[in-house]
Design a protein around this ligand. Structure first.
Ligand code: ZN
Length: 145
């Protein structure tokens, strides 16, 4: 009985969270994204697009228009495909081709050279990328995997 109550409680939490995300999605799916500036963004990332909430940018990159352009392309991908399809396809692309070979990322690297479109992690770490220089780019993630 105790386990059933705990299970129903957990399911209730999941339903409330999914409902909350879907309401935010309905509100934001046809809008320009909200930009959130975050101090000391962790994981070696400079910015992330998190549909349906918006775009999170590291404070030190807040005036970096090339980086914002990259993230805005991700926001357009979300608007083009819808919330669930975008996350599902992005995940499948990442599993099949990794971060550097993910077609959503390659599309977002519109202003990079041909080499950096396919080798973005190296280009960001070495300063060859036009969007951003960050020697610790994706360092947390590549240490975990
Ligand atoms: Zn990206």
């Amino acid at each position: 009985m105790k386990n059933i109550v705990a299970f129903l409680f957990l399911i209730s939490i999941v339903v409330v969270v999914v409902f909350f995300v879907l309401v935010i999605n309905e509100k934001n799916k046809n809008q320009a994204p909200t930009i959130y500036i975050k101090r000391n963004k962790s994981g070696g990332y400079n910015a992330n697009t998190l549909p349906p909430f918006g775009i999170v940018v590291n404070e030190k990159e807040k005036d970096n228009t090339a980086l914002l352009h990259h993230e805005l392309i991700h926001w357009e991908q979300y608007q083009r495909e819808g919330l669930a399809r975008y996350y599902f396809n992005y995940l499948i692309e990442s599993l099949l081709h990794g971060y550097d070979g993910n077609k959503y990322e390659i599309e977002a690297r519109a202003n990079e050279t041909g080499y950096c479109k396919k080798n973005y992690t190296e280009c960001v770490r070495t300063g060859k990328a036009t969007t951003v220089y960050n020697p610790d780019f994706r360092s947390y993630f590549t240490k975990v995997i």
